[in-house]
Write a protein that binds this ligand. Structure first.
Ligand SMILES: *Cc1c(COP(=O)(O)O)cnc(C)c1O
Length: 357
């Protein structure tokens, strides 16, 4: 087996556990529970176990294969499929997910049939379109949908949800969440329902949460980014008392030379069809790291030492090493954005390593 040590992503489980604990206590103060979203770590069972041990009993992921991975690793939790299902995967949804988020009648009808065939009742949460323009049922159409769902015996409606700041960048405002809260009570009283989940959003809901005095009926948020990276989504601000460095990306120097800072020759296009431009800094300490666009989201990385990323191609990253003294074989650490974390965890070229400190 090839044992490459770089590039790698270092995962500090103790820091993730700390973040999960702090967020659970914080949201609980206003009666809000947490679904731990595992998609950014591709359903990594080690991270999922940390969520569950911290007291998060509902795990949510956008991929059935990730849910299956966690179940195969015996991580005990209620599993929620976050991404609305395709018709083709209906059978796997009822087989592996306990709950799924849905918005289309044809899919829900097929879920009901599939669950009945397996002598099950599949739980669903309806996504409500609150303006962000991604998935969801318009509030004006919700009554008709709920009435139809109540006629199905293979599914059970256990809640409603909204999603913000994902596609349209729409903020989860107090007004929007009040509408969701009222909609929930209206549905509950009209159809004699008692929802388990009235899920107000994701890591972008933090500012709303800190300002709101009474969140009304909202009793759940679905958190990935804030547990893993310690930030809220809207302004990428650190949430007090959380670690922002639970993940570190590490790459290795494969060339270190003093070279001119400007390319030499007639300029055409780079490997990605762009026409590059560079600042003239004279001769510089130019270092190449053995990592590129195929491995990681380069613009989601920030070096933890005083060097500057000049750019990258498929397999190489070029940096201005300044006065760091970097030499071939040295390792360079980076912090990751959500996008870089997603890419690192998804990439087969990036080694995953669990660390304690
Ligand atoms: C990814 C996702 C989340 C979690 O978002 P974070 O910003 O990581 O907290 C919540 N809900 C849905 C529907 C998602 O797709």
């Amino acid at each position: 087996m090839i044992q490459s040590l770089t590039p790698r992503i270092e995962i500090n489980l103790a820091k993730i556990a700390h973040n999960a604990n702090v967020l659970l206590q914080l949201y609980d103060k206003k009666g809000i529970g947490i679904m731990g979203v595992t998609k950014a770590v591709c359903g990594d069972p080690a991270v999922a176990k940390v969520f569950v041990e911290a007291g998060i009993h509902t795990l949510a992921d956008s991929k059935i294969s990730n849910i299956k991975k966690m179940q195969d690793a015996k991580v005990e939790a209620e599993y929620v499929l976050l991404k609305i299902s395709s018709i083709q995967e209906v059978k796997d949804v009822t087989r592996y997910a306990n709950v799924s988020i849905q918005s289309e009648w044809v899919v829900i009808e097929k879920l009901s049939q599939s669950a009945k065939r397996a002598n099950q009742r599949h739980k669903i949460i309806l996504m409500i379109e609150m303006g962000d323009g991604r998935e969801g049922i318009l509030p004006k159409d919700i009554h008709e949908m709920v009435q139809k769902i109540l006629g199905l015996s293979g599914v059970q409606l256990v809640g409603i949800a909204a999603n913000f700041a994902c596609f349209g960048g729409v903020k989860p405002s107090n007004e929007k969440l009040s509408v969701l809260s009222l909609l929930a009570s209206e549905l509950e009283s009209t159809y004699s329902l008692c929802f388990d989940y009235i899920s107000g959003g994701n890591s972008a809901n933090y500012q709303w949460f800190t300002k709101v005095e009474d969140p009304g009926n909202i009793n759940n948020v679905r958190l990935g980014e804030s547990i893993l990276l310690g930030v809220e989504t809207l302004e990428q601000k650190t949430i007090p008392a959380l670690y922002t460095n639970a993940f570190t990306f590490v790459s290795e120097v494969v060339e270190a030379k003093e070279k001119p800072s400007l390319p030499d020759g007639e300029i055409g296009r780079d490997a990605f069809g762009n026409i590059p431009s560079f600042k003239d800094k004279g001769m510089m300490n130019r270092v190449i790291l053995g990592v590129g666009h195929q491995d990681i989201l380069i613009r989601g990385l920030t070096p933890l030492m005083d060097v500057e990323i000049l750019g990258a191609s498929s397999d190489h990253m070029v940096i201005d090493a300044k006065t760091s003294g970097l030499r071939v074989g040295d390792e360079v650490d980076f912090s990751c954005t959500y996008g870089a974390l997603l890419a690192a965890m998804t990439s087969p070229y990036v080694t995953k390593k669990y660390v304690c400190h």
